[in-house]
Write a protein that binds this ligand. Structure first.
Ligand SMILES: [Zn+2]
Length: 196
């Protein structure tokens, strides 16, 4: 799954903002019959109006949709999503999507589409790892400045003084940058802990 979760450095769309397909709805509407083609529409005005063409096969569905609904020349995304069925208590079967993310493969009722289709858990994990890497970057930069200033290594440790021989202007600039990085790292950590 090349590029999974990439391209969103700042804020991830919430699951409400992502395009969503729900296999329970398709099942309820009697659409999961091999050979049937239908269009799944989204009407979440104004930003999320779009569609996907769906073709139903025996054990999978083929889903085609424009990469970018605002720019149709950007090409299409053609996805095949496997379907699994589990027996119901009172007879019949219940269909599930198999999450197409190869690291996942869970049975789910809902898939979300951003750059790819994946389950909510996958999007959450991608989000977390992105947040962690942003925080790591800020920490690394802060640690580099602390080394240059000869301060204790922990980025949340107390700040030290100006090293001998360093110009005050350089020292002030480094202190400002250090503060920016520690602030960014702290915010990321707080966000991960869901405090802010
Ligand atoms: Zn998944």
């Amino acid at each position: 799954m090349g590029g999974f979760g990439s391209g969103r450095q700042s804020q991830r769309a919430t699951t409400e903002e992502l395009q969503m397909i729900d296999i329970r709805v398709w099942h309820r509407e009697g659409l999961l019959i091999p050979g049937i083609r239908f269009q799944n529409l989204w009407h979440q005005f104004p930003t999320n109006t779009g569609y996907a063409d769906v073709k139903v096969h025996r054990n999978c569905v083929q889903i085609c949709r424009p990469k970018n609904f605002a720019d149709r020349s950007a090409g299409i995304i053609d996805y095949t999503v496997s379907i699994d069925r589990t027996p119901c208590h009172f007879g019949g079967t219940r269909p599930w999507f198999i999450c197409p993310n190869m690291d996942c493969g869970h049975r789910v009722a809902i898939l979300y589409a951003d750059s790819i289709y994946a389950c909510r858990r996958c999007y959450d994990l991608a989000y977390q790892s992105q947040r962690e890497s942003a925080s790591d970057r800020a920490e690394r930069q802060a640690a580099k400045i602390r080394r240059r200033l000869g301060w204790d290594p922990g980025i949340f440790d107390a700040e030290g003084g100006k090293p001998k021989g360093m110009h005050w202007k350089t020292f002030d600039t480094l202190c400002d940058r250090h503060e920016g990085y520690t602030h960014a790292a702290a915010l990321d950590i707080l966000a991960l802990l869901k405090i802010v």
